[in-house]
Write a protein that binds this ligand. Structure first.
Ligand code: SGN
Ligand code: CA
Length: 536
């Protein structure tokens, strides 16, 4: 008997299928990712900002899906979080330890693997990893931090300037791709990545007055003295009081020549650095909004705690107005998926690169392993899989995203990935051996905001942090002290627990292969760094 050739067999097989069965029905993934959006500023997380109802649309997504209550990043800073997502490997292995590093795009990434398996892969917006993205069928990205108004974008063909507000422009590109550019026969992974609500907090004109009449709640730790912590907590530069600049950060008009500060240097550190990008019409609307508020501020002549409170209100109003733009983007994406009949087979994920201090501990910015900047929002709607309104309390990380996406697509997860697929958790299953501790390592010091390097471990209840350049430790019982106000590192009551966590930290270091030099630096080096005489 003659055996038919493989080609003939394949033709016969395809011909025997119903006409549309050739289409690949694996789930689509829409990954909406913002920059510096704290879970505290998401209604669904039920935290201290909930009363201002900051995110009705993200909350709707949460009501239809699963909210991860214990989601943490590996290294609380933009580029590194993204590199971990791309590779599923910790910073010390993927090579992107701190902002300013360059990502090596030649390495294995999850979009490359998805693409090879037949997914369409698309990336729009902030990526912050330098270089030409690989593994994407289409990409249009912001250079570096990107700008809020009339930003430049990088494309495969070169740089283009787009007129409008950044969050809207990124959403529009994603919508246009879904409506007009997608191949309906193939599944897709679409990344919609916003600059907002990153510093300098510039809302869309339509949202400028969104919170004018709202008294924003204050976090319980707006006024703390950091006496209960190791020295790095007192020697940072991210306090609302001492480091948040009313003009550069809050757009308060402090000069007679607001529109054009005298020197290049003063321009760069003034509101002008960001406002100069606006069109005359945009700038007129912007100034019309802030002028009466600035007048009131100057007349009030505030100082001390009253000034901190005022700065906090202004900061939060602008930040939350930026969040509003992102929240609208989520609504637009969900509506578009509905209209195109894609909602049922599309997983929608909302996340952000790290948490953020919204006055917590008296601070803004991120970087630390303390909860407000260590956590990452993570909300997932997977129709037919995530139970509507469900909550998960397992320890999860950005390290897990790559494995999760591959698992969703039925692609084999390479053995060198360090995260774990969240698919069982999304299904509501409780895997027998889920991780019981999280490993953290932050590398960027000395640098902007002056947060010392540290590594650490967090379990369900305890946290150990090691500021190794300074040879100082902190330890917290998160049940007894959820705001991490007083380190118990030297408290004999916790001695056994501290010893256990030190062992755990070492075991995780070995497991993840982190060979970073963690020897303490000399007293002389520490002093020089603090006097700004050393840059690394
Ligand atoms: C800029 C910001 C910092 C911020 C870093 C990192 N300064 O340097 O406030 O910590 O980015 O942010 S700014 O004057 O440019 O606003 S990150 O999101 O990229 O990690
Ligand atoms: Ca960020």
């Amino acid at each position: 008997m003659r055996i038919p050739s493989l080609t003939l067999l394949a033709v016969a097989f395809v011909a025997s299928l119903p006409s549309n069965a050739a289409a690949d029905k694996r789930p689509n993934i829409v990954f909406i990712f913002s920059d510096d959006h704290s879970p505290n500023a998401i209604g669904a997380y039920n935290r201290w900002l909930k009363s201002v109802n900051p995110t009705p649309n993200i909350d709707k997504l949460a009501a239809q899906g699963m909210v991860f209550e214990r989601s943490y990043c590996t290294n609380s800073i933009c580029g590194p979080v993204r590199a971990v997502i791309e590779t599923g490997k910790h910073s010390h292995l993927n090579g992107f330890r701190q902002n300013g590093d360059k990502f090596n795009w030649d390495q294995q990434t999850f979009p490359k693997l998805l693409q090879a398996s037949g997914y369409q892969t698309v990336l729009y917006g902030k990526y912050h990893m330098e270089g030409k993205p690989q593994g994407y069928d289409d990409w249009v990205v912001l250079p570096g931090q990107g700008l809020y108004y009339n930003p430049d974008f990088l494309t495969a063909e070169g740089k283009v300037r787009k007129e409008g507000y950044c969050t809207d422009l990124v959403t529009d590109m994603a919508v246009e791709w879904l409506r007009e550019k997608r191949d309906p026969e193939k599944p897709f992974m679409l990344r919609v990545q916003h600059k907002a609500p990153h510093r300098n907090w510039m809302p869309a004109l339509r949202h400028l007055d969104a919170y004018d009449d709202v008294l924003i709640p204050e976090p319980p730790t707006l006024f703390t003295n950091h006496e209960g912590q190791a020295s790095p907590s007192r020697n940072q530069e991210l306090e609302i009081d001492r480091h948040m600049d009313p003009n550069y950060d809050l757009f308060v008009d402090l000069t007679a020549e607001f529109a054009l500060p005298a020197s290049q240097e003063t321009q760069d550190r003034s509101a002008w650095a960001n406002m100069k990008r606006m069109s005359p019409e945009q700038m007129a609307a912007w100034r019309a909004h802030f002028e009466p508020l600035d007048k009131e501020f100057h007349e009030a002549n505030l100082y001390g705690e009253a000034l901190v409170r005022w700065k906090h209100q202004r900061y939060m109003r602008n930040y939350l107005a930026c969040v509003k733009g992102v929240d609208e983007s989520v609504a637009t994406m969900m509506k578009t998926l509905e209209e195109l009949g894609l909602a049922e087979n599309t997983i929608v994920i909302y996340s952000s690169d790290q948490g953020f201090y919204l006055g917590d501990r008296g601070w803004y910015d991120k970087r630390w392993m303390y909860e407000p900047s260590f956590e990452m929002p993570l909300i997932v709607k997977w129709p037919g899989v995530t139970a509507p309104g469900s909550r998960n309390y397992d320890l999860v990380q950005n390290l897990d995203y790559a494995s999760t996406f591959l698992d969703v697509a039925g692609v084999e997860i390479p053995s060198d990935l360090q995260g774990r697929s969240l698919v069982p958790l999304l299904k509501g299953e409780k895997p027998e051996k889920w991780r019981d501790a999280i490993y953290y390592h932050y590398f960027e010091y000395p640098s902007v905001h002056m947060v010392a390097r540290h590594r650490g471990v967090r379990t369900d209840r305890f946290k150990l942090m090691h500021f190794y350049q300074f040879d100082e430790w902190e330890f917290y019982d998160l049940e007894a002290d959820p705001q991490e106000q007083r380190s118990q590192y030297d408290n004999p009551v916790y001695a056994a627990e501290v010893a256990k966590l030190k062992e755990r930290l070492e075991a995780l270091r070995v497991e993840y292969g982190d060979e970073t030099d963690i020897s303490p630096r000399s007293a002389e080096w520490r002093e020089k760094v603090r006097r700004k005489e050393v840059k690394e």
